[in-house]
Design a protein around this ligand. Structure first.
Ligand code: ADP
Ligand code: 5GP
Length: 189
């Protein structure tokens, strides 16, 4: 049987990657990460084909035209991110459950596309102050990038009610526990 789809969305810096990293260490959840394509440059020690498929703007546009994406968004001005159809198939055809780190609009779109086959989870920062601290603490983005991400956060938090589940990522262990138990219940359905 094909695997299910788990969507995790949140303002940048809330903790999606951290939480996904922890969830993927739980074998019973059988999670495979959806590697998105992006036109942004690698950050820190990110590797092509691990965190993202890093492609040029031109290649991104070409692949959109060829119909290779399930969905894509210009998440930040001039920077595109998208989920490849081939990626969804690669993971779910093997019976693994696909976990996606995706922006709020993409999260809502993917839930609309897959319906009951998808569980959508919104992670919320405890406050905008904490979010700013986390973005700065990550020390991977320029001041300009941090400002753009903070400016967008309030708008993104407005999407929370359109998700199946909303979890405030305050204490990391509690967050991982809550999301893991929701996924566990969902994949057993
Ligand atoms: P995202 O993937 O949503 O952009 P990250 O997973 O990169 O966010 O997390 C941003 C920063 O916040 C990282 O430095 C991470 O270690 C930290 N972080 C994540 N979750 C928590 C938490 N519950 N408490 C404190 N710091 C956290
Ligand atoms: P970052 O640059 O911090 O890795 O990611 C920026 C934003 O893009 C995050 O909100 C992340 O969830 C989102 N994102 C990553 N991949 C995709 C994707 O395939 N589709 C969409 N719509 N958003 C994505």
């Amino acid at each position: 049987m094909k695997g299910k789809i788990i969507i995790l969305s949140a303002p940048s810096g809330t903790g999606k990657s951290t939480v996904i990293g922890r969830l993927m260490q739980i074998p019973a959840l059988r999670l495979g990460f959806s590697i998105s394509a992006t036109s942004r440059k690698p950050r820190g020690n990110e590797q092509d084909g691990r965190e993202y498929y890093f492609i040029s703007d031109e290649e991104f546009r070409r692949r959109v035209a060829e119909g290779d994406f399930v969905e894509y968004e210009e998440v930040y001005a001039g920077t595109h991110y998208g989920t490849l159809k081939s990626e969804v198939e690669r993971v779910t055809d093997s019976g693994m459950n696909l976990i996606m780190d995706i922006d709020v609009k993409g999260g809502v779109n993917v839930k609309d596309i897959y319906g009951d086959r998808a569980l959508s989870v919104f992670l919320s920062p405890p406050s905008l102050e904490v979010l700013e601290r986390r973005l700065r603490g990550r020390a991977t983005d320029s001041e300009d990038t941090i400002r753009k991400r903070l400016d967008k956060a309030e708008y993104e938090i407005g999407f929370a009610s359109r998700f199946d589940l909303c979890v405030v990522n305050d204490d990391l262990e509690e967050t991982v526990g809550k999301v893991a138990s929701a996924i566990s219940g969902f994949i057993a359905e």
